[in-house]
Design a protein around this ligand. Sequence first.
Ligand code: ADP
Length: 464
Amino acid sequence: MTLSSFLIVLLGSALAISLLQLLAWARSAAKLERIAEEIVQGRRPRSFVIFGPRSLFRVASRLEAILAAGEKLSEQIEQQGENFHGVLRNMMEGVAIVDRNHRVELANDVLMEQFGLGSEPSGRTVLESIRVAEIDRLISEAFARQEARSGEISLRGLPYQSDLFLIVNAVPMRNGPGQPNQVLLVLHDITEHKRSEERQKEFLANVSHEIRTPLSIFRGYVETLMHASPALAAEEVQRVLKILRRHSLRLSKLVNDLLTLSALEPARMHLERSPISLPHFLRRIEADLRQPLQEKRIRLLVQLPENLPKVDGDPFRLEQVFYNLVENAIQYSEPDSPIRMEADLEGDRISIRVIDRGIGIPSADLPYVFERFYRVDKTRSRQAGGTGLGLSIVKRIVDLHQGQVQIQSEPGKGTTVTVTLPAWPLAPPESTPPARPSVSVAPVENPSRTAEGYSDRSRLSHAS
Ligand code: ADP
């Protein structure tokens, strides 16, 4: 072969190799382009392997790494979104997310319950689903002012079973820079708080009324005495003084009962539990109330089965319960009519009944007699020195013992009040008696806890 032909062959081969390389490059570049296109379309390429030039292979591997990082990031964002929604759904408050068109994107069960919605109102507007214009207005304001807005609303009537008071917070949220595109609604139920405010107001109004009445009676009689002629008959003076005494006793009983109620508030209340032997305990109640019993010639019969276990309770507090119940039985019975106290064991509970054959209580009043200041016959109760607080004190004390109190009555036939209390647990054989947890003393001064408090009550009955 001549030199020239050798050169031609060499050149030809070099050209052929270059062409082949160029072709491989072009094929790899086309595959890389397809991979990039698939990623742009949001699909995951089946393979990132590129045979050919090393530089294109490296680009493909980088693309795969970037895609994997992106996928991980979106997984994390999705997880965070799910967590966020999970938190919203499980919140104690009613929660909803609404878009700029006031369409609900998410609502939790609490919100659906608050508005009586059968299903999640997703896709419907606030006015179509929740149907409260005030909430819609707060959402508009939150979008317009780009700041949280809040207001109090009350929902009355159907489909709401009872009045519902809510504090509504509308908080604008942004997914990126610019205008907020969602509003987070948080609805906090303050109905219980409102009710307790109402109860407190009502209670204060009742207390003021109870105190005002005897005070105005006092003023009236004192003025009568001041302006009376010196020749006023001694019997007349005595009569007025007796009336004043009766009302002053009622006032002091009212103050005692109010202090007792306040001492029974859960935050201040500590029971001092010990085993109470019922025969002994009930006999003491009978002895303490002998005077009012004798005044009406009423016999108090105590009937107890043998081997009754002891009661697990605070003796002082339970004395208050049975003083109240027996005094009521005396007050609302005619002279000579008997009162019975019975007890029996049911499982690990002891039921104690105070039974009278007095005037009874109409069935319409029965559900309310444990409410503070509720009286069936206001005049009769006041004349008897009643405050309308006795049975509410009874219920409070029995509740604190995890017991129950029930009342059955028939007008003209009589009334039975049943108090059920836990029995003191029996000691297992050949073991020491169970140690009760020591209990702290209530840091409350309670005048009615003293013997004087009780003698006050009997003096009161005497006066009436
Ligand atoms: P009060 O101080 O007026 O007796 P209570 O809270 O003890 O207040 O009782 C509430 C009301 O329930 C009483 O005013 C009375 O009308 C009625 N009541 C309670 N016990 C009896 C009873 N044993 N017989 C008839 N009525 C009763």
